[in-house]
Write a protein that binds this ligand. Structure first.
Ligand code: NI
Length: 227
């Protein structure tokens, strides 16, 4: 499932994240690439333990924590600590690749299975040319370029790339989610059901069928979730 989650960051948070990133010391993005993707990766990243990244990451995680749409779509069990990248100048693209299936969190040594990939756009579309996130999956090929503060969720199993940035600078946060529900089809079903229940409750209030369907939702989640 490809899902656009609008306005994850408030304008004030976006400003604070960008201020933190502007103080960062950017390095070659290949530091976190696998051997295959290192050959096509040409961007910059913030070292994950630098003060700028720590500060910006805390803001992103706080924002994600209150975002109901993110939660219901990803059903996160573990969120890999968000990283930050920059495309522009001569370090401006990331060719077709698939994200590693399992990533180790450097600080703790714990492993995260990458079920869902996320890109949080931190630059406004008019600040740069190119830089689309292009995702190939069973739904076909989608080209994504979102307002600053918006998030795209996409299957970690998909082949994807970032097109060359030919003008300006593209800043983003990227991370992965190990979901409580491993199977994409089950997550999709739960998401659709949750959205339908929400619409039902909005239109008709807490009527008995809404309560029954909510029970079904939670009982499916109980059946499928690894908490
Ligand atoms: Ni990737």
């Amino acid at each position: 499932m490809l899902l656009h989650v609008p306005q994850v960051l408030t304008a004030a948070e976006l400003q604070r994240v960008r201020a933190a990133l502007s103080r960062g010391e950017w390095v070659d993005g290949r530091v976190t690439a696998g051997s295959q993707s290192a050959q096509t990766k040409n961007n910059q990243q913030l070292p994950d333990d630098c003060a700028s990244a720590v500060q910006a990451r805390a803001l992103v995680l706080e924002a994600l924590g209150r975002c109901a749409l993110f939660f219901t779509a990803a059903l996160p069990r573990t969120i890999y600590p968000p990283l930050f990248n920059r495309y522009g100048g001569s370090a401006n693209a990331f060719g077709n690749h698939v994200d590693n299936a399992v990533r180790t969190v450097a600080a703790t040594g714990s492993r995260v299975r990458t079920d869902v990939s996320a890109t949080l756009f931190l630059s406004a579309p008019e600040e740069y040319a190119g830089g689309e996130l292009v995702i190939e999956d069973t739904f076909g090929t989608k080209s994504v370029k979102l307002p600053a503060g918006d998030l795209i969720l996409y299957p970690s199993s998909s082949v994807h790339r970032v097109e060359a940035v030919t003008r300006g600078t593209r800043l983003a946060s990227f991370f992965w989610i190990q979901s409580m529900v491993r199977e994409a089809e089950r997550r999709r079903l739960l998401f659709d059901m949750d959205m339908a229940i929400l619409a039902l409750r909005t239109d008709f209030g807490e009527i008995a069928p809404a309560v029954s369907l909510t029970a079904c939702y939670h009982n499916l989640l109980r059946m499928w979730a690894e908490a």
